[in-house]
Write a protein that binds this ligand. Structure first.
Ligand SMILES: Nc1ncnc2c1ncn2[C@@H]1O[C@H](COP(=O)(O)OP(=O)(O)OP(=O)(O)O)[C@@H](O)[C@H]1O
Length: 268
C-alpha cells in the first residue's frame, strides 16, 4: 500500500518514558527509568560507558525489540500515545521517531539524492518529481549540507567525507518528517570541524523536531542541549537516572555529588 507524501511538518512532539526497565536475557540493564523529553528541545543523555544510555535510546523507537532475548517493561508516550500499545505498528513508531547512529551509514553506492529519499521508499510513500526535488533541497538545507552538494546530487553518498555522510544521514532521517530524532553519539567518528558543523545543525533542528542525543562529550552536551539526564549503573546494578534537569543546573549546581563529579570529568 502506498501513501502520499506529507507536505507539511507536523512539528516536534514530547516523548515520555515511564518506569522503563530493560533486560538482555536475564541481565537487567535499566531499572524503572522515567524521563520526559520536551517538544522542541534537545535532551542529552550522559553517563559512563555501559550504564544503559544506548539501550534506553533504542527503547524510545522500538529498536530494542530487534535484539534476540531483549525484553522491557514500562511505557513510552509520543505526546499522549503509547508507542508500545497493542495494535501500534513498529513502522509507525520508527517513522515518527527517527534515529541517527554513531557511524554514518549512507547507502554508499546510491546517489546523494536517492539516499535522502531512501526512507520514503521503505515506507512506500509516493511523490512527484517536483515534490521530491523540494524535499531533497529542504532536508539537505536543514542538515547543513545543501550548499556543499547541490551541484553533485547524482554522485554516490559514499564519496562524501565522514562529516558530510553524517549530515546526509540526518537529511535522510528528516525526509520522513519525524517528530523526534534520536542521535546515538553522532559525532564520535568525526573530526572536530565536522563535529562543530553537526552541533550547529542540531541547534537549528530543534524548531522542527525534538532531539534526544547520547554523548560522552560533556562540552558537547553543554553546547547543544537544554536539558540533561545523568545515567549511572553502580557496581553491577542496572542503570538508573541519578538526576535530570536543565543543562545549566546540571553543570553549575547539580543536586547529587556524583553528577558534579561526572560532568567535571572526575570519573567515567
Ligand atoms: N545486544 C546486547 N546483548 C547483550 N547485552 C547488551 C547488548 N547491548 C548492550 N548490552 C549490555 O547492556 C548494558 C548497557 O549497554 P548500553 O550500550 O546501553 O550502555 P551505554 O551507556 O550506551 O554504553 P556506551 O556509553 O559504552 O555506549 C551493558 O552492560 C551492555 O553490555
Amino acid at each position: 500500500m502506498t501513501t502520499t507524501l506529507p507536505r507539511t511538518t507536523i512539528g516536534p512532539a514530547s516523548l515520555t518514558a515511564r518506569e522503563i526497565s530493560a533486560w538482555f536475557g536475564d541481565h537487567k540493564v535499566l531499572d524503572r527509568v522515567s524521563l520526559t523529553m520536551r517538544a522542541g528541545e534537545v535532551t542529552a543523555l550522559i553517563g559512563p560507558s555501559g550504564c544503559g544510555k544506548s539501550t534506553f535510546l533504542r527503547i524510545l523507537n522500538r529498536m530494542h525489540e530487534l535484539v534476540a532475548g531483549a525484553a522491557l517493561a514500562g511505557e513510552v508516550l509520543l505526546d499522549d500515545g503509547d508507542i508500545y500499545a497493542p495494535g501500534q505498528r513498529v513502522t509507525d513508531a520508527r517513522r515518527h521517531i527517527g534515529m541517527v547512529f554513531q557511524k554514518p551509514n549512507p547507502f554508499p553506492a546510491m546517489s546523494i539524492y536517492d539516499n535522502v529519499l531512501a526512507g520514503l521508499r521503505l515506507t512506500g510513500t509516493r511523490a512527484s518529481r517536483r515534490v521530491k526535488d523540494a524535499l531533497v533541497e529542504e532536508t539537505l538545507t536543514k542538515a547543513g549540507l545543501w550548499r556543499e552538494v547541490a551541484d553533485r546530487l547524482r554522485q554516490p553518498g559514499g564519496a562524501l567525507s565522514g562529516g558530510q555522510q553524517q549530515r546526509l544521514c540526518i537529511a535522510r532521517a528528516l525526509a520522513v518528517r519525524p517528530r523526534v530524532l534520536l542521535m546515538d553519539e553522532p559525532c564520535s567518528a568525526l573530526d572536530p570541524t565536522s563535529t562543530r558543523r553537526i552541533e550547529e545543525t542540531i541547534a537549528e533542528l530543534a524548531a522542527d523536531v525534538t532531539v534526544v542525543i547520547v554523548t560522552h562529550n560533556m562540552q558537547q552536551a553543554a553546547r547543544v542541549s537544554q536539558r540533561c539526564a545523568f545515567f549511572l549503573a553502580e557496581q553491577g546494578t542496572p542503570g538508573v537516572i541519578v538526576e535530570h534537569g536543565t543543562t545549566t543546573a546540571m553543570f553549575d549546581h547539580p543536586r547529587d555529588q556524583r553528577t558534579l563529579d561526572y560532568v567535571h570529568g572526575r570519573f567515567g
